[in-house]
Design a protein around this ligand. Sequence first.
Ligand code: SF4
Length: 243
Amino acid sequence: MADRFLRRAARTQGKAGEVVRKRTARAVLEQELIADGDRILIAVSGGKDSTVMAWALSRLKQSLKFDYELAALHISTDFCACCKKSVLAEKLEGWGIPFTDLFVPVVGRLKPGRKMNCYWCSTQRRTELLKYAVENDFNKIALGHHLDDIIETFFMNLCARGELSAMPVKIDYRKYPVTLIRPLAFLEERQIIACAAEQDTLKAACTCPYGIHSQRREMREKIAALTGGSGAVKRRIIRALTN
Ligand code: SF4
């Protein structure tokens, strides 16, 4: 029994990482996400998505023809301490990615009478991320949103806000000399989870007390019904969104 388990583990070892590496490379090449000489700042939360993205981008440096630099920025806040920063820093540095932690007092910046919410939090963190990138000469910022995030956001914008808009795979900021890229755009969440488990990075779960994702969860169920859970159908949807 144990032998059979070990044989199976040996056969599947590295497969999930290979899927992530190939699909990230495909997104990078097809969508022209990275160019020679780029300085890329990876936004890392300590969660599986951004950690797997950092790993994939560090691996691609060895196989892609162009040369680029990577660094990672984690934003700490005054309300959530779920990220094990020393473990994250050690992993990233092992992959040749320097790590910086920046503290942003998101709750402390609230005006009197205002309540904390996800919009305020993400705006504060995004502004600091951009400021850091500009001040430190990064021309690209990599975010760890994957195929399921992008499709969910598209349908949420459509159904809840009456807007036809999606998270772009690549977008230039008008106000800043920075381009935002999403190298995991062609990967389903389940593929990232498999890779994170293989890499032993699936440790930090976000325990943010303000995170109420019921709307997103409902949309996820509707999308599962629409696509039948098929990765091919999801990839057709993102092809339509990127065309
Ligand atoms: S879930 Fe928490 S960390 Fe995430 S955007 Fe909302 S408030 Fe910020």
